[in-house]
Ligand binder design. Structure first.
Ligand code: F6R
Length: 348
C-alpha cells in the first residue's frame, strides 16, 4: 500500500490515553491463555460426554470464543447469537453458554430455551445471572476471573474450553507452539518495542475503514479484527469471508473508489490457507491494483495452523489498540454498548 509512514508518532505520550490499562491486559494475554487452560483442566467433564454437536451461545467479545471453537474441535460447533435456538437442538446437543458478565440477555434467553431440551449444559462466565442460575440448578460452569472487559478476556473464555474438550477427546492439537508464538508477540508488539509491526499497521489503517478478509480458521479472526477495531478504536470496520466474498463483495469494489474512498482491504494470510484461496488472493490483489484501491497483507506467525490463526488474532488486538490511541480514544470504554444495555434493562 502506497502510504508513507514517516516519523513515528509519540507512542509513549499517546499511551496516556489508555487510562484503563488495555495495553497491560493485552501484554498478559499469553499468561491468560495458560491460566485459562489450568482453569479448564479442573472441570469434571464426565457429565458432558456423549454429545454429537454443540451450540455455543454468546454475544460480542464472549461469542467470538464460539466462532473460534467451531474451527478447533473435531465435533460440530454452531455459534448462536440470538434469543432462541435452532429447532434441531435436542438431547444429543451440548449447550454451551459463553458470557463474560453472565448478564447478557440474548445468551441467558437461549440458555433457558436449551435447558428444556438437553441435560448436557455448561457455562463459562465470571458470575452474574448465568453463574447464579448454574449454581442454583447444579449446572456445571467454568468460573473465570472478573474485572476485565469481555473482549479482553478471550484467554479465559476460550482456553478453559480447549482444556475441557481435550479431556473429552474432541480437541487434539498441541498448543505449545501457539503459546510460544504469543509469548514472542507479547514482547515484540508491546509499547516497549516502538515502531513495531502492530504500530505500523495502526498507522496504515489510521483514517481509513478496514475491510478485513479471512478464510476458514482465519474467518473468525477477520471478524475479531473488525470488532476489536470497532470497540477499541471507536471507528467503523467491516469483514468478510473468502472465498465467499469472491461471489458478491468484490463486485462492490467497482464503485468503491467513489463511494468508499477511505476503505482499505486487509487480507489475513495463513500458510495453511487452501491453495485455491491463495490463488484467489493473488487475483484479488491484481483487481485492486487495477482499480487503484489500497490493500494490506498480514501474514500469520509460526508453523502450525493454530499458531498462524492465533498470531493473526493477537496482532489484530494490538493493532486495534494502537489505532485507538491514534484516534485519540481510550481503548477500554464501550459507552454505546453500555447505554444500550442500560436502556434495554429499563424497557417495558
Ligand atoms: C465488551 C464486549 C462486548 C460484550 C458483549 C456481551 O468488551 O466485548 O462485545 O462481550 O456485550 O457481553 P458478555 O460478554 O458479558 O456476555
Amino acid at each position: 500500500m502506497a502510504r508513507k509512514v514517516s516519523e513515528g508518532p509519540p507512542w509513549e505520550k499517546l499511551s496516556g490515553l489508555d487510562r484503563s490499562g488495555m495495553l497491560g491486559v493485552l501484554a498478559r494475554f499469553p499468561d491468560q491463555c495458560r491460566e485459562g487452560i489450568a482453569i479448564g483442566e479442573q472441570v469434571p467433564v464426565d457429565p458432558l460426554a456423549g454429545f454429537s454437536r454443540a451450540v455455543a451461545l454468546g454475544m460480542g467479545g464472549s461469542g467470538i470464543a464460539g466462532d473460534l471453537l467451531a474451527h478447533l474441535l473435531s465435533v460440530e460447533v454452531i455459534p448462536v447469537r440470538t434469543y432462541t435456538l435452532p429447532r434441531w437442538v435436542g438431547e444429543e446437543t451440548l449447550l454451551l453458554a459463553l458470557s463474560y458478565s453472565g448478564d447478557t440477555e440474548e445468551t441467558l434467553s437461549a440458555f433457558a430455551d436449551g435447558l428444556g431440551r438437553t441435560r448436557r449444559a455448561l457455562a463459562v462466565t465470571s458470575g452474574g445471572a448465568l453463574g447464579k442460575l448454574c449454581a442454583q440448578r447444579g449446572i456445571p460452569w467454568v468460573r473465570i476471573p472478573d474485572g476485565y472487559q469481555p473482549r479482553a478476556a478471550l484467554g479465559y473464555l476460550l482456553f478453559p474450553l480447549l482444556a475441557l474438550f481435550r479431556g473429552l477427546g474432541t480437541f487434539r492439537d498441541d498448543l505449545t507452539e501457539t503459546l510460544a508464538v504469543l509469548d514472542e508477540q507479547a514482547r515484540a508488539l508491546g509499547p516497549a518495542s516502538p515502531g513495531n509491526p502492530a504500530q505500523e499497521l495502526a498507522l496504515l489503517l489510521h483514517g481509513r475503514v478496514p475491510l478485513v478478509y479471512g478464510a476458514g480458521p482465519t474467518a473468525p479472526v477477520a471478524f475479531r479484527w473488525k470488532t476489536q477495531i470497532n470497540e477499541h478504536a471507536k471507528q467503523p470496520a467491516f469483514w468478510a469471508e473468502l472465498p465467499e466474498a469472491c461471489h458478491n463483495e468484490i463486485v462492490g469494489w467497482e464503485l468503491a473508489g467513489k463511494v468508499f474512498p477511505n476503505g482499505v482491504v486487509v487480507f489475513l494470510r495463513s500458510r495453511h490457507d487452501h491453495p485455491r484461496v491463495q490463488a484467489r488472493i493473488e487475483i484479488l490483489k491484481e483487481l485492486l491494483d487495477r482499480r487503484g484501491l489500497p490493500y494490506l497483507e498480514v501474514q500469520g506467525e509460526g508453523e502450525g495452523a493454530l499458531a498462524q490463526m492465533f498470531s493473526l488474532l493477537y496482532l489484530g488486538d494490538w493493532a486495534s489498540v494502537y489505532l485507538a490511541l491514534l484516534n485519540g480514544a481510550d481503548p477500554t470504554p464501550v459507552r454505546p454498548i453500555q447505554e444500550l444495555k442500560d436502556r434495554l434493562g429499563r424497557w417495558q
